[in-house]
Design a protein around this ligand. Structure first.
Ligand SMILES: NC(=O)c1ccc[n+]([C@@H]2O[C@H](COP(=O)([O-])OP(=O)(O)OC[C@H]3O[C@@H](n4cnc5c(N)ncnc54)[C@H](OP(=O)(O)O)[C@@H]3O)[C@@H](O)[C@H]2O)c1
Length: 258
């Protein structure tokens, strides 16, 4: 099976890193500039498309139309086109390529490199062997979920942009900890331990307890956590944070109109 990346930036590199040890997959890429990487470079979208059974459209939304124009005259029968492009629907791609080509729209995040992405999946040809192959591969790269395309904007906000939002939250902790006068790298290590410890606590108990219960278990009445959580609730910080998710979702909706 040959996988070809059109564009070899952050996302394509992450997908490649997650998949490079899979047996029976060969890789190649085409991008504006040749890169110092271990997989072969193809000189054009056409030559990459000839090589690839699966073509990953790993380019920015504003570059998608130009690439689709290059793919338009090519014979894509039997190939799968995988698009992680935020805000661009299967119908948008079909406008250029028609409805015959097999198109899979996905929304992964960068943790795909560590096989820890949460990835949404939708296709115009459900049930085909080729589309199920992609779904299985995504399952090896974390958790994959089949989702109606209407849900992609919210999913993009929560799971595509989510790592950046969670890191922004951790950054608040880090800024506060600067009062300790410890080196930044040590602060990062401590915060990593905190987040890993929290994640393990969540993972170990998630089947038996709700998130609310897990919070309650570390909150003693009248204690420090209680004081912090009271502030959090009284100032409706959760609601404020929902605004972040809403803004990202709305941007995804806007981008689908470009
Ligand atoms: N990054 C994420 O966390 C993430 C998560 C989910 C979805 N996505 C989606 O994945 C897509 C790619 O994102 P990214 O972060 O990987 O972007 P990126 O790092 O900017 O990479 C884009 C790549 O596209 C190439 N490119 C642009 N125009 C081209 C053209 N006309 N012909 C050939 N190659 C072209 C660039 O080539 P050069 O390097 O040669 O300039 C670059 O390698 C986006 O649509 C985004 O919505 C990203």
């Amino acid at each position: 099976m040959n996988y070809g990346f059109i564009g070899f930036g952050n996302l394509a590199k992450a997908v490649y890193q997650g998949l490079k040890d899979e047996p029976n997959i060969n890789f190649g890429y085409f991008s504006r500039h040749k890169k110092e990487v271990e997989i072969p470079f193809f000189e054009s979208a056409k030559s990459l498309a000839e090589f690839a059974d699966v073509l990953w459209l790993a380019i920015k939304p504003q570059d998608l139309a130009g690439i689709l124009e290059q793919l338009q005259p090519l014979d894509l029968s039997g190939k799968v086109i995988v698009s992680p492009v935020a805000g661009k629907s299967i119908a948008f791609i079909e406008k250029y390529l028609g409805t015959d080509p097999i198109i899979v729209r996905i929304m992964p995040n960068l943790a795909i490199a560590y096989k820890k992405s949460v990835t949404a999946f939708a296709t115009n040809h459900p049930g085909l062997e080729q589309t199920e192959h992609i779904y299985e591969i995504l399952g090896k790269l974390g958790k994959a979920v089949k989702l109606d395309e209407n849900g992609f904007d919210l999913f993009t906000s929560v799971f595509g942009s989510g790592p950046a939002f969670i890191l922004s939250f951790i950054q608040i902790f880090k800024n506060k900890m600067r009062e300790f006068d410890l080196p930044g790298s040590l602060l990062d290590e401590l915060l990593l331990e905190l987040t890993q410890g929290t994640t393990i606590y969540f993972a170990q108990n998630q089947k038996d307890f709700s998130i609310e219960e897990l919070i309650k278990n570390i909150t003693s009445k009248g204690g420090t956590t209680q004081a912090g959580l009271d502030y959090y609730r009284n100032h409706e910080i959760g609601k404020l944070f929902e605004g972040v998710l809403e803004a990202a979702k709305n941007r995804s909706i806007e981008m689908s109109k470009d």
